[in-house]
Design a protein around this ligand. Structure first.
Ligand code: AMP
Ligand code: ZN
Length: 289
């Protein structure tokens, strides 16, 4: 397989910025990505998900409470001012803390918002959330970005409802990739938890089938790329935020995250660099509206 990044750059679909994992995109790339997003959004509307929007930054304290800084400190990024103080000035003026971090996954800001609403309804909640995300994992591969977009559906509620949500979305997501004629497979996976205790967490997550990924060959056939993830968090976030059902028990939560750039890249990889020449059925899914 030829080098996808070089092909996309030469075709004018992606623009290098000089920083690995930070790529500019052409109008055509964005058009395809937006159409993929519309296809994903259609399923959310049918499921009557509540759409909410947050900026790509969030409170450090909240991200800490979500457990992110313990589990993935290697991926996290904090924002601070960059005043260079004049020589001899107070050291306090050197760095101004903003108290903000980059959002690493679209679902993180949902939990503090939900906690502020009080007890959950008996049938729980379902959110549709779309956000720019940041992870400090610089790479030359176009499918491993530092700054990318994620469209997520987050279900919070009774354990049986949350498990059923994840099951049904695994089927629906597979149908979306099927309709886009992208070869795909569902596999058990794990997150890149940090450090030695992280390895234990990763193997327990895997053994307990808490994370599935829908993978598509993007960079190469040997290591297909996760384009969509199905994460069952059990009561991890709801205990952190004390989100309870009306009977007092902690709710469970799960999220389904579509990687927008990865799915778009998969389309260019499998159907060619000119969307006008893509198979008619794929074009009708993407460009019908
Ligand atoms: P995760 O929260 O790790 O399960 O990620 C959810 C989805 O976001 C994945 O299935 C990918 O499609 C996408 N994603 C995760 N990390 C990256 C990255 N570094 N670059 C591009 N897309 C990513
Ligand atoms: Zn999530």
């Amino acid at each position: 397989m030829s080098d996808l990044r070089t092909e996309l750059v030469e075709a004018g679909l992606l623009f290098p910025t000089g920083v690995d994992g930070v790529l500019g995109r052409s109008a055509m790339f964005e058009t395809v990505l937006e159409q993929v997003n519309k296809a994903v959004s259609g399923w959310g509307r049918e499921a009557k998900a509540e759409a909410v929007h947050f900026p790509p930054v969030m409170s450090r304290t909240q991200l800490e409470r979500n457990g992110y800084l313990k589990s993935f400190p290697q991926l996290a990024a904090e924002l601070h001012g960059c005043i260079t103080p004049p020589p001899g000035s107070e050291p306090d003026a050197a760095v101004s803390q903003t108290g903000l971090m980059m959002v690493p996954a679209a679902c993180y800001p949902i939990y503090p918002m939900l906690a502020s609403r009080g007890a959950l309804a008996a049938d729980g909640a379902l959110f549709d959330i779309y956000s720019w995300c940041f992870r400090h994992e610089p790479s030359i591969e176009p499918a491993r970005l530092q700054s990318f977009r994620m469209h997520e559906y987050v279900r919070v509620g009774r354990p049986s409802d949350v498990a059923a949500f994840r099951e049904s979305w695994m089927k629906m997501a597979a149908e979306i990739y099927q309709s886009l004629r992208l070869p795909h497979e569902l596999i058990v996976s794990n997150d890149a938890f940090f450090g030695r205790s992280g390895r234990l967490m990763a193997s327990s997550q895997r053994e307990r089938n808490l994370k599935f990924e829908l993978v598509v060959p993007v960079n190469n056939e040997r290591e297909p790329t996760a384009c969509c993830s199905f994460n069952y968090a059990e009561a991890h976030f709801t205990e952190a935020w004390d989100i309870r059902m009306s009977d007092g028990s902690h709710a469970h939560s799960a999220c389904v995250g579509f990687g927008m750039e990865r799915t778009t890249l998969a389309l260019f990889r499998h159907h060619g660099l000119d969307p006008e020449r893509w198979p008619a059925d794929v074009r009708s899914v993407l460009f019908q509206s």
